[in-house]
Design a protein around this ligand. Sequence first.
Ligand code: CP3
Length: 353
Amino acid sequence: MNDFRFLRALRREPVDTTPVWIMRQAGRYLPEYRATRARAGSFLALAKTPELACEVTLQPLARFELDAAILFSDILTVPDAMGLGLHFVEGEGPKFARPLRSAADIARLGVPDPAQDLRYVTDAVSLIRRELGDRAPLIGFAGSPWTLACYMIEGEGSSSYARAKAMMWNDPVSLHRLLDVNARAVAAYLLAQIEAGAQALQVFDTWGGLLAPAAFREFSQRYLHQVAALVKADPRARDVPLILFSKGANGHLEGLAASGCDALGLDWTIGLDEARARVGDRVALQGNLDPATLHASPEAIRSEVQATLASYGRGPGHVFNLGHGITPDIDPAHVAVLVDAVHEYGRGMGNGK
Ligand code: CP3
């Protein structure tokens, strides 16, 4: 099944109405997610048990008319497979037992074999595909080399990633080596997800926007290009669209579109009209409603959806999404309003030119 409107829109082919999915659609705003997570005991146990990962992946699709499922996992599974020892501290987010603190730590790193070290992910992908059937296509994903490096160097989440940034000046050779290993690891991981059944891919460059323009090109964009080149060179990826989501990197849309990717994910700080004028003929665009809009009334959500669709305008190549992940405090009823409004107001928008 290659004819889903989500995959068609990513290929910039005409669609009956605008497809929609939501970043973090399987998450804590859903009571059924919280129940399965409680049964699993922890977030990591949930992500590492294919049957449970499959169950939560499908939960939002049972409630809403979503046009895609996204694998339930985390970007930090890759550094975990590289030996950094991932765990989650309740209320504090991810932490690594062995963060990268020296050139020697980085020199020791190798590319994990996804078939061995990330088998729980590829098993989850195969199971989800079997359970999904023809209901919707499945998105696989990974973190960007730079965003993974931020967590690997810092050892945990941060608002500034000062340690990772300091390495740009204090030991750029080691940082480049780390980013190269991450790029090769991410490409191998994405290809393994395709082999297990993923029908589209998204790379999350959550912290790209922290970088000044020249640093973004050198430390983030260059390695997104490497990932795209490695994935696209593989025959297994021929019919699998690749989406790059570099948050806060609106100054770099042209450079990102030149990677060979099929679509760019956008946060809410740029108009879809402006983004489309800059790159719209080369790639599809995904986004970009401010996630906080889901706190508004149903009427306001509907009018914001309409405005976002109008901002992209007519013609193929738009996948509706939020500009970043949905937050745990959102009422699921508001998500239903959003999804239905996209399909209602999107009718006919993605046809013709
Ligand atoms: O979109 C989806 O539904 C797929 C699942 C998904 C998760 N994480 C599940 C998750 C995806 C695509 C991710 C990617 C991810 N993970 C990113 C990039 C995306 C982005 O938001 O920019 C990042 C930076 C991470 C790292 C990470 N994982 C953090 C910082 C946290 C803590 C967040 C928090 O609010 O506590 C996680 C944990 C995590 N990953 C949760 C979920 C549903 C919450 C864990 C829980 O159940 O307690």
